[in-house]
Ligand binder design. Structure first.
Ligand SMILES: Cc1cc2nc3c(=O)[nH]c(=O)nc-3n(C[C@H](O)[C@H](O)[C@H](O)COP(=O)(O)OP(=O)(O)OC[C@H]3O[C@@H](n4cnc5c(N)ncnc54)[C@H](O)[C@@H]3O)c2cc1C
Length: 488
């Protein structure tokens, strides 16, 4: 009997369009499907609280998908190299296949594993599958990585489109020996005391089936309003695929081809689909950047920002985390995040700008909070998103673009439905004061039941003064920034 192959699931929790699993199945050898919860190798990149919730349900869904195909998912907890060694010893497997990850810590782990298995004559094969375009294959004319999004994406779009997605392996021979595995429940991924994820199952459906449903739902309607609608947090105009994509429950090329197929059938959707694909392009750009510049998860992309005079204001950070800054649109976003594990992209930009510019708190503190609270927490997208807003990233928003939380609220939540949903203590305020309750006359506040400083905070900082402090802080590093700011 030929030796089995271990298929090591990671951030690719699906069975469709999974090149590594298809390759393992195509050998005709028995395949062992395993997932290893490796908090040791991931270190501080181990999933945060909200991601652990998602992971639990996603693994449950994957196990069911594998069972439909006649397979079983073995769960192990520990350092991946040790757990893979144990499985090899228990089964006589002589090969490990997986999807490649591009985060620096994951890449280091893969290289170590490769060297260790190779030295013992065992094979370790990594397959693409998490991105549309492989890092290292999208390079500028001088052979270097792109540092600006527009030419990066133009280059991607000008080349061959991503290959069409492939089906599940229908004829996989699964390993039929008995293997010990952990029970999912024993990992304690779900919150208990308190269960802050109550109600999440009614709005999220982790797993491939949920991902495909979400995609179909988006392409059946909301995509038609994507370019404009995506700016408005109260409109359901975006796909909400981010966590599904992060956990690899759907391949980005399945999303790409479904969207392009719609544009081909319905000419009116073409522009909207293009805009949607360009947001998928930002996901690619962020992953390519992190691959080529691994320091950007902790260090500013623009080195001159190393000297930025951040303030370490713990109380301000806590008020921001709890949605108690006194700026309704910021507080609405932070509460949406806490209650749902998600925050709309426009509001992510507003709250990130508020933390880094109004409060002068280091972007890493914000990124760490997002890491723990977002169901879609993703090292590349999160690091790049924060650095983009903070002004220190590649192709970042210019530093002096300081979002005004009042006008952002008034422009993008003009009817106030988003703020009223998440900051109910302000629900009865008239629209004109909803984003600036401190300007409301006492009688208006009283009628709406708002007592500033009691049942809703007074603003933590004054917008104008905070803006001036932020610009003064930037002035300290500006000359160096402008010298080093030329696009490449
Ligand atoms: C400060 C900050 C932090 C962020 N942290 C994360 C994070 O940890 N994980 C994450 O997936 N996204 C992050 N984003 C990007 C973006 O906000 C989310 O991807 C998006 O809101 C997810 O909603 P959606 O799936 O409905 O997006 P859609 O608008 O439907 O976009 C489709 C897909 O494209 C990708 N995408 C969209 N916008 C971006 C973007 N700006 N950068 C990179 N990829 C993008 C996502 O995979 C998304 O699912 C962050 C943005 C900011 C400003």
């Amino acid at each position: 009997m030929s030796s089995p192959i271990i298929y090591w699931f990671r951030q690719d929790l699906r069975t469709s369009d999974l090149p590594g699993l298809l390759a393992a199945a195509a050998t005709g050898r028995p395949v062992i499907a395993c997932y290893i919860l490796d908090e040791h190798s991931a270190g501080e990149h181990a999933p945060g609280g909200a991601s652990r919730w998602w992971l639990h349900h996603s693994l449950e869904a994957l196990a069911a998908e594998l069972a439909q195909l006649g397979g079983a998912l073995v769960l192990r907890r520990g350092a991946a190299p040790l757990e893979l060694d144990r499985l090899i010893a228990e089964t006589g497997a002589d090969a490990v296949y997986c999807s490649r990850l591009y985060e620096p810590w994951a890449n280091t782990l893969e290289e170590k594993l490769h060297a260790a298995l190779d030295a013992r004559g065992l094979s370790f094969r990594r397959y693409p599958g998490s991105l549309l375009f492989e890092p290292g294959t999208v390079m500028n004319q001088s052979g270097g990585p792109f540092k600006v999004f527009t030419p990066f994406w133009r280059h991607c779009r000008a080349g061959s489109p991503p290959a069409t997605p492939r089906p599940r392996p229908a004829d996989c021979v699964w390993f039929d020996g008995t293997l010990d595995g952990d029970s999912l429940a024993s990992w304690g991924l779900l919150p208990t005391q308190p269960d802050w994820a109550q109600g999440w199952s009614s709005q999220w459906r982790p797993g491939s089936a949920g991902a495909y449903d979400r995609l179909q739902l988006f392409l059946a309607g909301p995509v038609e309003d994507y370019s404009e609608g995506r700016n408005h947090p109260a409109r359901a105009a975006t796909s909400r695929l981010s966590a599904h994509l992060h956990f690899g429950e759907i391949s980005p090329r399945a999303v790409w081809h479904a969207a392009v197929g719609l544009a081909a059938r319905e000419a009116r959707s073409e522009q909207q689909v293009d805009k949607f694909l360009s947001e998928m392009g930002w996901r690619e750009f962020s992953h390519h950047l992190l691959y080529h510049f691994p320091h950007i998860e902790t260090q500013p992309f623009k080195p001159q920002f190393r000297e930025f005079p951040w303030l370490g204001n713990e109380a301000a950070l806590r008020a921001w985390q709890q949605g108690q800054t006194g700026y309704p649109i910021v507080d609405a976003g932070m509460r949406e995040l806490w209650h749902t594990g998600y925050m709309h992209n426009r509001i992510r930009m507003v709250v990130a700008s508020f933390l880094t510019k109004h409060l002068l708190v280091h972007w890493r503190a914000g990124a760490q909070w997002f890491w723990d609270t977002l169901v879609d927490a993703d090292l590349a997208n999160n690091s790049c998103g924060w650095q983009w807003v903070a002004g220190s990233g590649a192709d970042a928003s210019p530093y002096f673009r300081i979002f005004n939380p009042v006008t952002q609220g008034e422009k993008f939540d003009a009817q106030g439905s988003y703020v009223r949903e998440w900051v109910p203590e302000l629900a009865l305020l008239p629209d004109r004061y909803l984003n600036r309750p401190w300007e409301a006359p006492p009688a208006v506040l009283e009628k709406a039941g708002v007592r500033l400083g009691e049942n809703y905070p007074s603003p933590l900082v004054d917008h104008k003064a905070a803006r001036e402090s932020a610009l003064a802080a930037y002035a300290a590093i500006r000359d160096a920034d402008q010298r080093g700011n030329a696009p490449a």
